[in-house]
Structure formats: C-alpha cells, structure tokens
Design a binder for this molecule. Sequence first.
Ligand code: ZN
Ligand code: FE
Length: 239
Amino acid sequence: MKIKIISCLKDNYSYLIIDEESNIACVIDPSEADPIIKYIEKTQIKLKFILNTHHHYDHVGGNLKLKEKYGASIVGYKGDKERIPGIDILVDDQEIWIHKNFEAKIIHIPGHTLGHICFYFHKNNSVFTGDTLFSLGCGRIFEGTYKQMFDSLMKLKKLPINTKVFCGHEYTLQNSKFCTVHDKNNTNLKNKISDIKIKLNAELPTIPSTIKDELECNIFIRTNNLETFSKLRDLKDNF
Ligand code: ZN
Ligand code: FE
C-alpha cells in the first residue's frame, strides 16, 4: 500500500492510497479534481473510492468531477448525507469500512464540524484526520463545542504512537509558532521545528507526522484539561 500526497488549492493536501497489487486507489478529501486526475493519468491507477473526512468545500470540491470521470463511490459520515456532494456509502462511528485490501476504522471526531470523521487505516498505521488534528495544531471549532473537540483529540491520542498522521492542511510551521510561545522549553518541539524547516526548504510536505510527535510537541494534545484546551483554542483563534 502506497500513500501519495497531492497538493491542492493553496495549502490543502489530498491523499491517494494505492494498492499496488490491484492498482486500485482511494482518494481522501479531494479538494479539487484536476491535480488528482493528473496523477491518475500519469500512473494508470484505477480510482474506486473517494473518502471524505467532512463536508467543507476544500475537502469535497473534487467529488463530483472525479465520480463522474471514474465512476468512483463516495464514502462519508451518515450524519452528513445531505452535505457531502455525491455521497454513496454512509459510514458510522466505529464501523470498519473494507474493500479488498483497504480497511479503515471510522472514528467520529466532531468539533470542527458536527459530522467530522477520521479514517484509521490500522493495517497501514495511518490515520487521516482532516481538519481535526493538524501537525502541531487542531482545527477551529466551527460547529461543535470545546468539549467535543477535546474529546475527539483524546480519541486520536489513544491511537498507537507509531501511527502516521495525515491531516488536511500544510499549517505546521505556523502552528509551531503558537506551540513555541506556550511551551518554550520543550526540546522535542525544538527538534521537530528544525525538521519541519528542513522539509519546507526542500519544498517537501511536513506531513505525515506521527502520534508520538504530536504527543510530544502539539500543545493542544499535550494538555489533559478541558479548560486549558479551551483557553488555548481561543488564544490560537486570535494568534
Ligand atoms: Zn474544514
Ligand atoms: Fe480544510
């Protein structure tokens, strides 16, 4: 199984998960269709599924064009069936979605939106977190409560520490500045920032991160206290 990172729009990432045995692929959160089509045409893979973490335009913008062109089926949270364009397969919290070698556990992680889910490809040690957990940050709370977002991050924290984290945006450097202000003496964070800068200077994504790195460096999941989390989230909104 190979994961290919596709840059979309200004700072979004879509991800192609490719089963090299069958040449079948899924795409996570296609912000727009064209960069995905470009890669598919170059490699002759068959796009079978579109998996959406939530309904925002920068995560579903390519749904209909890709569905029409490749006949791909769209998988999304059942609670968002009215909001995810072209949705075909409704999934629920804790369900395991399986197609041949693809196997993802669905975890409902509301807060950024009420219907936000992540796809945890447990056999591949990879989780696709959309706009809930970013590297060194977390999403804005648009629809849910602080408690919902906090609980959602707690669920992600419990994944095995070697799990790779693939999130929806390249916000890592900007996020790191906020973490530094509130966690000045964190050596792991300092090391992570050097690593981020090396990647960005080479025009590479800072993604994937890992649950281990996030536990060590991400101020939003380092706290186990809802009140502290809520304060940090407010401060970040005005940072
Ligand atoms: Zn979003
Ligand atoms: Fe987004």
